[in-house]
Design a binder for this molecule. Structure first.
Ligand code: EPU
Length: 434
């Protein structure tokens, strides 16, 4: 049986919704628990398939983990294992985050090379460069990154690449540097709030870190790290998805348990479109959509720029704006698999290299569509909310990777959306074989 999401469009969203904990913060934080023998407790953990997968990887690496009521508890049972196998790693690129902690704590690692994915080639050369600079030996053997070290040593590392900084690359090097001998300086470090959250967790474990959230992070290595308790920051991309959902349905939505100060770029773009965005407190934002949606040009950049993870969602909004918008993804220039799905719904979008030209249409019309990746799936739901008629979204597993109970949250806001289990239609050739 497969799941599909059915959205009946045309309802205005109204009310209050709470953001869950951040997927992209919690995944490296879970990997960081490998750095200590002591128990850790992580709170505000979203219930996502990616989180369950990371816990499976940790269990496979000799950890004992539990996850209940938003809290993950971890402790180490066996430190002799250092292999993260392909069948798990290829399902989620963030599993590469175990590489740095394994090298730092267990002095060896065999982590399957995660490969590319639908949003681009996604190399890991900067992870490798950073860890090698810390004196790890790393090579690719039979599809696995095999690493060893006699002990990591601090270094001065430039971590910028052709597309700017790297979020999980910074996380990997930062985690490894906490147990390295001496001082490490990471230049052009990613400034994302998720990196700061990781640094806060590592600091609670006893790491000595300065400058997290700036392009230069300094880490003074320590002998050992202890257990810690940590509360994960809110998921800014989830909150931004609800902000755009409010704008696209001409709604009035209040998002609680979020951080408006981390969502400034999206707020600014929504205001340019004509929506009203008001920070009600340090944890709460209200977005009121306008009937008339102005086109805007949006370019994605590393934080604090407009996030690539909210590119598909803003494209849904622009597809019903009054005029032409130009969207450019500077982080993932190929992250446009959703364009043809929006066009199935009547959008008029042309992709040209790293840019999409969106000619707004008066209305979208519901259609069967396919989620091609996590954020595309969120964008398609937003398009479905605004469309006339019914949108059926297939390949829901992408959505479940990164949105905690999104249908329930949208229903709470007045959306008509449901998850349907269905048996895929058999082809004639299958029937003959049966
Ligand atoms: N890059 C390199 N070499 C590297 C690493 C990255 O050239 O070694 C390039 C990438 O190809 C890309 C750019 O640098 O063009 C930025 O990639 P980054 O390494 O920052 O991405 P990531 O760490 O693999 C995280 C998020 C992504 C998010 C990006 C960009 C996690 C678990 N994932 O990925 O989230 O899109 O940063 O902000 O934190 C998502 O949540 O849907 C998602 C894909």
């Amino acid at each position: 049986m497969l799941d599909k999401i059915v959205v009946h469009g045309g309802r205005r969203l109204q009310g209050t919704v709470h953001a869950s904990g951040s997927k992209n913060a919690v995944l490296p934080i879970l990997a960081a628990t490998l750095l200590t023998e002591e128990p850790c407790e992580i709170r505000n953990v979203p219930d996502l398939s990616d989180v369950h997968l990371m816990l499976d990887i940790l269990d496979g690496l000799g950890m004992r983990t539990s996850f209940a009521s938003g809290t993950v508890r971890t402790e180490v049972a066996d430190e002799s294992i250092s292999t993260a196998p392909y069948d798990l790693v290829h399902q989620m690129r963030a599993s590469i985050c175990v590489l740095g902690p394994l090298l730092a704590k267990r002095k060896r690692a065999q982590v399957a090379h995660p490969g590319g994915c639908v949003i681009g080639t996604r190399p890991i050369d900067l992870h490798v460069k950073g860890l090698k600079a810390l004196a790890a030996e790393l090579q690719t053997v039979h599809g696995y990154l095999e690493g060893t070290t006699v002990g990591l040593t601090g270094a001065h590392i430039f971590l910028g690449g052709p597309f700017g900084s790297t979020v999980t690359g910074t996380a990997n090097v930062l985690m490894a540097a906490t147990l390295a001998r001496g001082t490490t300086v990471i230049e052009q470090a990613a400034c994302e709030p998720e990196v700061v959250d990781l640094a806060d967790f590592l600091t609670a474990m006893g790491a000595q870190i300065e400058g997290a959230g700036t392009p230069r992070i300094t880490v003074h290595g320590v002998e050992r790290l202890g257990g810690a308790t940590h509360e994960v920051i809110p998921d800014r991309i989830e909150a931004e998805t609800f902000m755009i959902a409010s704008a696209i349905t001409c709604g009035d939505v209040r998002i609680e348990s979020c951080r408006p100060d981390q969502m400034v770029a999206v707020a600014e773009v929504l205001r340019e479109c004509g929506a009203s965005v008001e920070a009600l407190s340090a944890q709460s934002v209200r977005v009121r959509g306008s009937r008339y949606i102005k086109p805007v040009d949006v370019t994605t950049f590393a934080y604090p720029g407009y996030p690539t993870d909210a590119q598909a969602q803003i494209m849904a909004l622009m597809s019903v704006a009054d005029g032409i918008s130009v969207i450019t993804d500077k982080v993932y220039p190929d992250r446009y698999m959703h364009v043809s799905e929006y066009n199935r719904m009547g959008a008029q979008i042309r992709k040209n290299g790293p840019t999409a030209v969106v000619q707004g249409v008066e209305f979208l019309s519901g259609a069967p569509v396919k989620a091609t990746d996590l954020r595309a799936s969120a964008g398609l739901i937003l398009a479905g909310l605004a469309a006339q008629g019914e949108t059926e979204m297939h390949q829901v597993q992408h959505l479940d990777r990164g949105y905690d109970r999104i249908e329930q949250k949208l229903i709470q806001l007045g959306a008509a959306i449901e998850r349907v289990r269905y048996a895929p239609r058999r082809r004639k050739s299958d029937r003959r074989a049966a």
